[in-house]
Every structure is written in C-alpha cells, then in structure tokens.
Design a protein around this ligand. Structure first.
Ligand SMILES: Cc1cc2nc3c(=O)[nH]c(=O)nc-3n(C[C@H](O)[C@H](O)[C@H](O)COP(=O)(O)OP(=O)(O)OC[C@H]3O[C@@H](n4cnc5c(N)ncnc54)[C@H](O)[C@@H]3O)c2cc1C
Length: 323
C-alpha cells in the first residue's frame, strides 16, 4: 500500500472547492507517507473535471464514467473500492460533506481500513499516520492514530487545507467499473434550491459579523449600515440567525457557512464558541471586539479589542464617514 487517492466531488456541473482542498491535504500527507497522489472522479460528466483537478502534485486522474447524471452513493462506494483494490493507496481522502458522508464509512468498512471523519489536521506519530478531529460536540481536539491499518479512509473538513494553485501535469486514465447491478439502490428525487440570498459568506473577502453582544434586533440595521459603508459582507453568529434578526445565509459556523474566501473578519460581540470558530478561525486577519477580555474569540484574533461594540461602532462610523 502506498500513495494517496483523493475522491473528487461535483454537483450539477460544478466541481466542489473541497475536492481541490483534498489535493492540499494530500500534499501534507505525502511528506511522510510518500506518493503518488491520484484523484478519482466519478459520474456521467466525470471527464469534464479532469482539467480542474490537474493541479500541482497530482500524478494521475482516474476518470470513472457512469450513465447516471445524478450523484449515486452506491456507485461512489463501488468505484472507490475498485480503485482502492487496483491502486492500493495507503490513504483515501474524501470531503466531509453530505455526499462524502453517504459513502465514506461504507468504503472503510468494506476495505477493513482505519477511519476518521471531519478531520482538521494530518500528522504523524510513532504508529504512522495521526490525525486531529473535534470531539465532544467540538469542545476538544482528539488525536487518532491507526495502528495495524495498512489503509486509512478520512473525511476532511472544508476550508481546512489550502488548494494548490496552478496547473499540474497529471495523466488521465479511464477506470471502468460495472455499475448496472447497483441500479435502484439510490433514487434521485430532485434538487431543492436554498432560499435566494444576496449574500454569499463563502465568497466574501471582508466580513463584519455580529453576535448576541449587539443585544437587540433593533441594533441590527446600525451594523448592517456600517458593514455597507465599509464594503463588508454582514455575517452573524447562530443566535442572531435563530432569533430571526438576520436570515440564515448570514450565519457563520458549523451549521452556517464557512468563510472560505475571507481575508478579514471583524467579530463584534461574538464569544467565539467552537461552532462559530469552525467557520472563521482560519481567516488570516481577525479583529474581535468584546467586553469580556477572557472571551475565547480572542484566542484566534490577530487583534483583540476589549471594549463595548457600540462605542467601537461609534468610532468606526466616524472613520467611515470621513472622505
Ligand atoms: C450543534 C451546534 C451547532 C452550532 N452551530 C453554530 C454555528 O454555525 N454558528 C454559530 O455562531 N454558533 C453555532 N452554535 C452555537 C454556539 O455554540 C454558540 O452558542 C454561539 O456561537 C454563541 O453566539 P454569540 O457569540 O453571538 O453569543 P454569546 O456566546 O452569548 O456571546 C455574546 C458575546 O458578546 C459579548 N458582549 C455582550 N455585550 C457586549 C457589548 N456591549 N460589547 C461587546 N461585547 C459584548 C459577551 O461578552 C459575549 O462574549 C452551534 C451550537 C451547536 C450545539
């Protein structure tokens, strides 16, 4: 067993960013585990994604064509098992997504491999591969190793590893897997669009995010106006969305959106619960404003401002109003 197999994910003609992040994760793992790194893509239009997957560090792209235009967890499971038997990778990386979650554990069981879900760190210990994932409702970090396992399957949390930039020089190899016997195990019912929203937390580069510290719904327009003046996208913590102060697409975090493209995150009156940090702790520059100097948000902030959000907003409004 050697090398790393990453499993690409796509929906309605769009390759998931998580697939490219898996290439970044594979680059970290290969430092100790060795290569080659191969990408596997499955589907009716699988070949269309080979170009996008051809990033630096990928040696080979395995393209498994299927007749089904929709995602099919049974087909994914079967193709990955075939690829694993032929290619014999030591590590299989799958996105920690709704799709990935529908087949990853089954693949691990059928391979008799080690398994960890929602992995946020890849390292090495005495027994070989050692990974980090959150435990006890995201309250602690758990480190896992896989003694005696020749192969390990991991689902990797989004926005954790950086996708490599540029083009690679991977070869493209068709992979033929008979899937007829699986027909009917899964049935595609339809796509349901998320309610339309004019904001996209995942794409925003500058987010001004408000938490329960703003105290009342009536204060939301003031911060919305400030975000607009500063050219920021308005984000929020879950209690703000749950209370209906802002629509759900504004929510950052585990059950909201990951601020995957954000370079600058201004957290106003947010305590920094692990579920919120999940969506933003990777951001390069975080400024946190909170009256509680011991608030956990300050552990991830580049700049901590232990003061009242309203006084902070007064000062920013004065700056933003200055031509
Ligand atoms: C399964 C699960 C999933 C979850 N998913 C998410 C998620 O996706 N996103 C998310 O955000 N949360 C999520 N949560 C909730 C999370 O655990 C926290 O409850 C939430 O993030 C807290 O939001 P908050 O920081 O706005 O509020 P609080 O924790 O109440 O913090 C408010 C902060 O404001 C400060 N403050 C108060 N007044 C002022 C003032 N005048 N000036 C400055 N600071 C002030 C306080 O010191 C405090 O630190 C989830 C929880 C669970 C169990």
């Amino acid at each position: 067993m050697s090398g790393i197999l990453i499993v690409a994910e796509h929906t309605r003609g769009v390759l998931a960013e998580a697939s490219l992040e898996l290439i970044g994760a594979a680059q970290v793992a290969r430092e100790k585990l060795g290569g080659p790194v191969k990408a596997l893509v499955v589907g009716e239009s699988a070949g269309d994604f080979a170009g996008a997957l051809n990033r630096p560090g990928v040696e080979e792209i395995l393209v498994a064509q299927s007749d089904n235009p929709h995602f099919d967890a049974a087909a994914m499971e079967e193709v990955i098992l075939t690829a694993a038997r032929v290619q014999q990778p030591a590590l299989i990386l799958i996105a920690h997504s709704a799709s990935g979650g529908s087949f990853a554990a089954a693949v691990a069981v059928r391979l008799g491999s080690g398994f960890a879900a929602d992995v946020t760190g890849i390292g090495f210990a005495e027994n070989g591969l050692a990974v980090t994932r959150a435990g006890f409702g995201n309250k602690v970090n758990v480190e896992l190793d896989f003694p005696g396992k020749a192969v390990v399957v991991l689902t990797v949390r989004g926005a954790t590893f950086k996708a490599p930039e540029g083009a690679g020089n991977a070869t493209i190899t068709p992979l033929s897997v008979p899937l007829e016997g699986l027909a009917g195990r899964y049935r595609h019912v339809g796509f349901e669009e998320a309610p339309a929203s004019d904001i996209d937390i995942g794409k925003a580069e500058f987010i001004l995010s408000i938490g329960r510290g703003i105290q009342d719904e009536k204060n939301v327009p003031r911060f919305a106006e400030l975000a607009k003046k500063l050219g920021a996208t308005l984000g929020c913590s879950r209690p703000v969305a749950d209370s209906g102060w802002l629509p759900k697409p504004h929510q950052v975090g585990l059950t909201g959106k990951v601020a995957g493209n954000c370079k600058f995150y201004l957290a106003l009156g947010i305590s920094g619960a692990v579920q919120h940090l999940h969506g933003m702790k990777h951001v390069e520059t975080i400024i946190a404003v909170n009256t509680d100097a011991n608030a956990p948000i300050f552990n991830v902030a580049a700049y901590g401002v232990p003061m009242d959000v309203f006084a902070f907003a007064d000062a920013l409004e004065r700056c933003a109003g200055t031509p």
